[in-house]
Write a protein that binds this ligand. Structure first.
Ligand SMILES: [Zn+2]
Ligand SMILES: [Zn+2]
Length: 249
């Protein structure tokens, strides 16, 4: 019996949806999550920089963070949804390194819901690109998968053809803010065959560390004639002083 029998059962009883985070079949909501996993989502509760959306790890003395105050910023406004911790850290790792690509749909939906006010301001959604060698190794760009889910939710075009990553950037872990900026300078280029002129673009990444990668991508998009650039990331570490296990693209 075995295989044939269980196949027959599968055919006669369509599978109940499972929580994409934990596998439970109880109370699965629109995002594909059970109530319990929803209750564990670490939405950012700390004050955030009004410009780049990054949470402050310490007290707030300005509306904008030191990066935004001291650097030329090329995106209009940034949003980040979750703290990079707990269940979100775990599932982003499962997406990125475990190849559980269906998790991108969950994040795309959650991000679409969180940043709903952006929808009317943009007409193109693009990911922070991976270097071609990294793409070959991993087989997919997790940020592009999130973009596609977002685009489906909002009915807005998405493309991974607008920008290319020219070189690997070193891990940002041990770099100062200034070094992080110069580390990404020139790391991206516009695809000359892609028309970015006049587009209002949302650039998407899974994790924001300093915002310098998003800013450099935005600089390129603006140089190509993008009218507006907004940034949206799934998660951001709140305690930036602590070393991070993962900052690679
Ligand atoms: Zn669950
Ligand atoms: Zn900021």
């Amino acid at each position: 019996m075995g295989k044939i029998f269980s196949t027959l059962i599968d055919m006669s009883y369509p599978l109940k949806p499972k929580c994409l985070f934990c596998g439970s079949q109880e109370n699965i909501n629109y995002f594909g999550l059970c109530k319990y996993c929803v209750s564990l989502l670490p939405y950012i509760s700390k004050p955030v920089c009004t410009r780049c959306g990054k949470p402050y790890s310490h007290g707030v003395s300005h509306d904008a963070c030191s990066l935004c105050l001291n650097t030329e910023m090329y995106f209009e406004k940034g949003y980040t949804v979750f703290e990079f911790s707990g269940i979100v850290q775990n599932t982003l790792y499962r997406l990125k390194y475990g190849g559980e690509t269906e998790l991108a749909d969950v994040f795309g939906k959650l991000m679409a819901d969180y940043a709903a006010e952006l929808k009317e301001h943009i007409n193109l959604i693009i990911p922070v690109p991976l270097h071609i060698e990294k793409l070959k190794k991993r087989g997919f760009n997790q940020s592009w998968l999130i973009c596609k889910a977002l685009g489906r939710e909002w009915g807005i075009d998405s493309s991974d053809k607008a920008l290319v990553r020219l070189r690997y950037t070193e891990s940002q872990i041990n770099l100062s803010k200034k070094q992080r900026l110069s580390n990404v300078r020139g790391a991206f280029a516009l695809n000359s065959r892609f028309k970015i002129q006049g587009k209002s673009v949302l650039i998407v990444d899974d994790i924001m560390t300093t915002g310098s990668t998003l800013n450099e991508c935005s600089r390129m998009l603006k140089s190509g004639g993008a009218s507006h650039v907004y940034a949206l990331t799934a998660a951001c570490p709140v305690h930036m002083d602590e070393p991070m296990a993962d900052t690679e693209p």
